[in-house]
Design a protein around this ligand. Structure first.
Ligand SMILES: Cc1ncc(COP(=O)(O)O)c(C=O)c1O
Length: 340
């Protein structure tokens, strides 16, 4: 099966030889405090962020859980869009936090008016938002984000900007989020850096906010080998740039194939993506996904009501894209009227 369901990279950014060298030099008999600091330093240099604004955990998932546990108030809701990344709801529910959602419009866009109104009325203690958005791939306008941040400040809640897919697109940063005590950005080495197996999640926020979030952390929250490998990659900026370029190329090939598929059905819509995956919706989305599954390609199907007529495909290697294109061409749409 070719996996297109988890928004991972299809290859490791480091060679077996490079990995062997890192393991050879790793001081695994020591606790990893020094190594974690080195990773933070390297991450800060790569993205020009002060090390004091960076903290690391086992994947962003762990940050999401910690935020629900330590920052979400028991008597106020946790807010999210519907749809958005599933772990927000799962983690909020784990700790009995109640949830308020802002539903997408039928074309899977969101109204900023509805979002701001919900913040004003529900006064959430935490608002999670993925940007680029998972599952649609949408990148929200900076102006929107600023409005959300301001509304959350008024509501005295935290705005969690989940930038898990940072790196696939050049995101302009006209806003210095470090000026906002209530804004926490989450990043990960799992997606654009291709290190999902290492579980490295990064939180970026002003120091006092990070301290609040880490108040109850265990002494060594990430292991030595993961951050040693992450550090080695971050120290090779050209290699990372080349890796990103290659993945963007795979993304445009996947888009070209899926566009052709969507053009063949009146009931299949492809959204533009700012990430490493594409979202399809309409009555033909699930039949197309199932056809791909029967032919060795595994996209993501969803179990929620909102997403019952949609699917998501993440990038695959150039070789696999060739056979994916042949498979996609063989699919017979149920609503086979050309849109063009
Ligand atoms: C929006 C978003 N945030 C966070 C994560 C989790 O990332 P990690 O692998 O760092 O736990 C994902 C994973 O799919 C995601 O899509």
């Amino acid at each position: 099966m070719i996996y297109m369901n988890n928004n991972e990279s299809y290859r490791s950014p480091l060679t077996p030889e490079e990995l062997t060298e890192i393991v050879r030099n790793a001081e695994i008999h020591r606790y990893p405090a020094g190594q974690t600091e080195q990773f933070i330093q390297a991450y800060g240099e790569f993205f020009q962020l002060p090390p004091s604004s960076i903290a690391v955990r086992n994947g962003s998932d762990e940050w999401i859980q910690q935020i629900c546990l330590f920052l979400a108030a028991k008597d106020r809701p946790v807010m999210m869009l519907d749809p958005d990344f599933s772990m927000y709801k799962i983690c909020a529910e784990q700790f009995g936090r109640f949830i308020v959602t802002v539903p997408a419009d039928p074309n899977f866009s969101f109204s900023i008016k509805k979002i701001l109104k919900t913040i004003e009325e529900a006064k959430p203690s935490v608002f999670f938002l993925s940007n680029p958005h998972n599952p649609t791939g949408t990148l929200f306008p900076t102006e929107w984000l600023l409005q959300c941040a301001e509304a959350m400040e008024k509501a005295e809640g935290y705005f969690i900007l989940d930038e898990a897919y940072y790196g696939f697109v050049r995101q302009e940063e006209p806003i210095n989020w470090l000026n906002y005590d209530h804004v926490i950005r989450l990043r990960t080495m799992s997606k654009s850096f291709g290190l999902a197996g290492l579980r490295i999640g990064i939180a970026i926020a002003p120091e006092p906010t990070l301290k609040q979030l880490q108040k109850y952390q265990l002494p060594y929250p990430v292991n030595h080998l993961s951050t040693a490998i992450g550090t080695a990659l971050l120290q090779q900026k050209e290699k990372v740039e080349a890796f990103w370029k290659e993945q963007r190329e795979a993304k445009s090939q996947l888009e070209r194939i899926l566009k052709k598929v969507a053009d063949r059905s009146e009931q299949l819509f492809l959204l533009p993506s700012h990430s490493n995956y594409f979202f399809l919706y309409g009555k033909d989305a699930v039949p197309f996904a199932k056809f791909c599954m029967e032919n060795g390609f595994l996209p993501r199907l969803f179990s929620t009501e909102t997403l019952k007529e949609s699917c998501r495909f993440s990038i695959i290697s150039p070789t696999d894209l060739i056979s994916f294109e042949k498979t996609a061409e063989r699919w017979i749409p149920s609503y086979a009227t050309s849109k063009s």
